[in-house]
Ligand binder design. Structure first.
Ligand code: HEM
Length: 459
């Protein structure tokens, strides 16, 4: 099979879409009188509504979202069943397609089984230790420059600032050159694409978010498309050049269209998730400043060891920031839920779920289950020490997913976050206003409702 093949022997040509009647035997929602209203209510408070459903109906819940019927499976066992997918029951492509296909078609997460395995292997070259060391150099330089340009004592909104910075950083690691005069348009194109992917109106009608998102996609596709010929046959340490030259199992280069699709998807997968996680870490560090001190001690030790730099080899020394990050994205997971579609009938917790069902797992809720996470609302990074993690279900903490679709950029994300806090906290303190409490909008990708105003105080 070549990298162009799309069909999968596992996906039936004609898959039914079970409605309320087919799922009536399950606990859960009744049909809404006004479907759109239910969607709007959910988008307003996804955490509250999902928690209420768990309380009322248990871990298998029939639900009506975006107008269609599906089943939410909650808890570590559900996460394992769906993500590990040992019996090849669940299609990621058919799960994510309704959300992402218009904007990010043929992204890695929208592929299944053999096709997915081949493309994942081809893209993996860009995430091996050699290239990763190179990205770290670019990240260190870009982050140090970005932070130095932020205001010091006056309060500023952190979220837009970090969003702009992560986009700049992506220019170096993903593209190898600055975005140049296009930076603003690229940012807007991505914002539009991501917003469109969750907008309730799915057709690109005039003046809709979907129309703006599709325009964003056209813009980005043209941007990458005109660059591909310049990158073919060239050596480069950026992700784009590596993907332009990577091959499938048969030694065949990816097509131009496949490269464009992978680049669009990778940028989307990396940008908002990293922005969201850095924002939640900053929010918790501002609320629990004692953790800033602990992290700073490790930064000082790394600097003493290396002469001031964060090197690839010393990333592992910054394990406190890793604990803080894990706890932050437990409470505010950048991907709060993950959709699939069942290709066969299956049984979970004695409930029969028919083939074709839309099935969702929900890290946002699993990460707050009191039987897995005692006192779940308490911020406590020590939950993640090796000792305290002993005996916890392997799929209790799944911000990066699991199984064959586990986040390909996971190590990149850890590295970027460590580099960011290494530079930020070495000589600065994050300060929130007294009694300030930031609230995060939890869907589709969590972000602070008020932009997270704070001060970066130079030490
Ligand atoms: C904290 C930051 C991030 C989080 C929380 C995150 C989370 C996730 C999750 C949950 C999935 C799996 C979704 C599913 O199975 O339905 C995923 C997939 C993916 N992520 Fe990330 N991600 C992050 C950063 C990144 C970065 C920085 C990159 C690229 C540099 C990236 C690239 C990808 C790719 C390519 C996939 C698809 C993998 C596949 O289908 O095989 N992610 N991510």
């Amino acid at each position: 099979m070549t990298a162009h093949a799309r069909a999968s022997a596992f996906i039936p040509a004609d898959l039914p879409e079970p409605g309320f009647d087919d799922l009536a035997h399950l606990p859960g929602m009744k049909p809404a009188r006004i479907k759109m209203l239910r969607t709007i209510n959910f988008l307003r408070d996804p955490l509250g509504m999902s928690q209420k459903m768990l309380e009322e109906h248990g871990r298998v819940v029939r639900r009506q979202d975006f107008g269609g019927w599906g089943v939410s499976l909650i808890g570590p066992e559900a996460n394992e069943l769906v993500l590990f997918d040992k019996d090849k029951i669940f299609s990621s492509s058919l799960g994510w397609n309704p959300v992402l296909e218009n904007l990010f078609p043929h992204g890695l997460m929208l592929m299944d089984f053999d096709e997915h395995r081949i493309h994942r292997k081809a893209l993996s070259v860009a995430f091996k230790a050699g290239p990763m060391k190179h990205y770290l150099g670019d990240l260190n330089t870009g982050i140090a420059r970005g932070i130095a340009a932020w205001p010091g004592a006056p309060e500023f909104k952190f979220y837009p600032a970090i969003k702009a910075l992560t986009l700049d950083l992506a220019a170096a690691s993903f593209l190898g050159v600055p975005w140049g005069p296009d930076a603003k348009k690229i940012n807007q194109a991505f914002v539009d694409m991501v917003l469109a992917s969750v907008s309730p109106i799915r057709k690109p009608l005039p003046l809709t978010q979907m129309r703006r998102g599709m325009k964003g996609r056209e813009y980005m596709s043209a941007f990458f498309g005109k660059e591909i010929p310049k990158r073919r046959g060239q050596k480069g340490d950026d992700i784009f050049t590596q993907i332009c030259n990577t091959t499938d199992d048969d030694g065949v280069l990816l097509t131009d269209q496949a490269i464009i699709d992978h680049m669009n998807f990778l940028m989307m997968a990396a940008h908002d998730t990293t922005t969201s996680s850095i924002s939640s870490v900053v929010h918790f560090l501002g609320s629990y400043p004692e953790w800033q001190e602990k992290i700073r001690e490790q930064i000082i030790a790394v600097k003493a060891k290396t002469g001031g730099e964060l090197t690839y080899e010393t990333l592992a020394d910054l394990d406190i920031i890793e604990l803080v990050m894990k706890e932050s994205i437990r409470l505010i997971p950048p991907v709060p839920s993950m959709p699939r579609r069942a290709l066969k009938d299956f049984v979970f917790m004695n409930h029969h779920i028919p083939a074709g069902s839309h099935v969702g797992i929900n890290p946002m809720i699993t990460h707050r289950m009191a039987d897995v996470w005692p006192d779940p609302e308490r911020f406590d990074p020590l939950r993640f020490t090796p000792e305290n993690s002993k005996g916890r279900h392997k799929y209790a903490w799944v911000p990066f997913g699991g199984g064959s679709h586990m986040c390909l950029g996971l190590h990149f994300a850890y590295m970027q976050i460590k580099s960011f806090f290494f530079h930020l906290l070495a000589e600065n303190r994050i300060e929130l206003s007294p009694n300030y409490k930031s609230e995060f909008n939890m869907s589709p990708i969590p972000k602070p409702k008020d932009g997270l105003p704070l001060r970066i105080v130079r030490l």
